[in-house]
Ligand binder design. Structure first.
Ligand code: 5AD
Length: 358
């Protein structure tokens, strides 16, 4: 049995097109086999991206959103949420503080909020680049020209999760969006030279192991530089408030398999995972993950970026404090990276473009 699992792990690591059946089998495997899977992922992580853990400081600069995603607390129909927007000066202050706390990358994340036009975002990008920071944008679906404009302004990376690779489930969850458009945005971002992050939720209502295998195969096909994988957590005041959450075990298996399929990718230990399992962050870092995303949004706003419940409590417990992060990282025998942590895959391209990769 265990030999069978080892063979599957080997195939998944080495085949250009891994078998969906093997992935489904591993996603359903029993705990003793999962231990072998986690060990293989941890060893691939060490070999391909090393022992450094990258800190990506997230600034959640607006919780306004024009979308109606059925799982998300920021959906526009949620009138129970106090909405806020941060100005340029506030973003600057938050980024400066994060940089002093060791973050080499700032992620500017928001709901889909057209209040911030292309120029406003471009100005924010330039301001952060002047601080010597790598910049990741995560502002949802925008016209390709805007993606291009922000790339020219200096944005290094873009984060746009595909959420689920099952097109039927995708359309059920996103009444005002299409799966094809999502993939179109991801393809456009890639073509513009962004380091692209995508990812999915685990345990969505109606989602099967086959769907999760498709998520992994899509991430491989897109050849993403980063993959964010977290459990679905039912959020009050949304249509899915009474649904069951995803499990930590399945999320960890997904992270481990993502590491085997995309050995050089950056994989965060997500806040969502530690919200459902107090040891989730540590466990993820031991089965493939190599990134922590501390929330560096100013305190008065944090509570209102409630995509799912208790997110801010979990962030306060864990990742927003340099000391706590260092203690966790050192307890694992690892170190906090001192470089921006650009994708190892892209170094050649970046050097060719004459950019500093220090
Ligand atoms: N549970 C878990 N993750 C969620 N997200 C949004 N709502 C939820 C939820 N209820 C995630 C989505 C989105 C990111 C901003 O937050 O993956 O891309």
């Amino acid at each position: 049995m265990n030999q069978n699992i080892q063979q599957m792990i080997h195939k998944i690591r080495t085949q250009q097109k891994p078998s969906k059946d093997d992935l489904v089998h591993l996603l359903g495997c029993e705990p003793s086999s999962a231990t072998a899977l986690f060990a293989a992922a941890d060893s691939a992580r060490r070999r391909y991206v090393g022992d450094e853990i990258h800190l990506r400081g997230i600034i959640e600069f607006s919780n306004h959103c024009r979308r109606s995603c059925r799982y998300c607390g920021l959906r526009k129909e949620n009138t129970n949420l106090k909405r806020y927007r941060m100005g340029g000066e506030e973003i600057y202050e938050a980024a400066l503080a994060a940089s002093r706390n060791g973050c080499k990358t700032i992620v500017l994340q928001s709901g889909e909020d057209s209040y911030y036009d292309a120029d406003t975002i471009a100005r924010a990008v330039k301001m952060l680049k002047k601080l010597g920071l790598a910049v990741t944008l995560s502002c949802g679906e925008r016209p390709e020209e805007e993606y291009k404009y922000w790339r020219q302004a200096g944005a290094d990376r873009y984060l746009l999760k595909h959420e689920t690779a099952n097109p039927v489930l995708y359309s059920q969850l996103h009444p005002d969006m299409t799966y094809n458009n999502r993939l179109g945005c991801l393809t456009a971002l890639k073509a513009l030279g962004y380091q692209v992050g995508s990812g999915c939720m685990v345990g969505l209502p109606g989602q099967t192991a086959k769907d999760l295998a498709e998520d992994l195969l899509l991430l491989k096909e897109l050849d993403v530089e980063m993959a964010g994988i977290g459990p679905f957590i039912p959020s009050p005041h949304t249509p899915l408030a009474d649904a069951s959450p995803g499990t930590a075990e399945m999320t960890l298996k997904m992270i481990a398999l993502a590491r085997l399929l995309l050995p050089q990718a950056h994989l965060p230990a997500t806040t969502a995972l530690s919200t459902i399992d107090p040891l989730g962050r540590k466990k993820a870092l031991q089965c493939g993950a190599n990134v922590i995303m501390p929330n560096v949004t100013p305190q008065p706003y944090r509570h209102f970026y409630e995509i799912y419940p208790n997110k801010d409590r979990e962030e306060a417990r864990h990742a927003d404090c340099r000391q706590q992060v260092e203690t966790l990282v050192h307890s694992l025998g690892r170190s906090v990276a001192k470089t921006p942590g650009h994708s190892p895959k892209q170094q050649f391209t970046r050097e060719r473009q004459g950019e500093s990769i220090a």
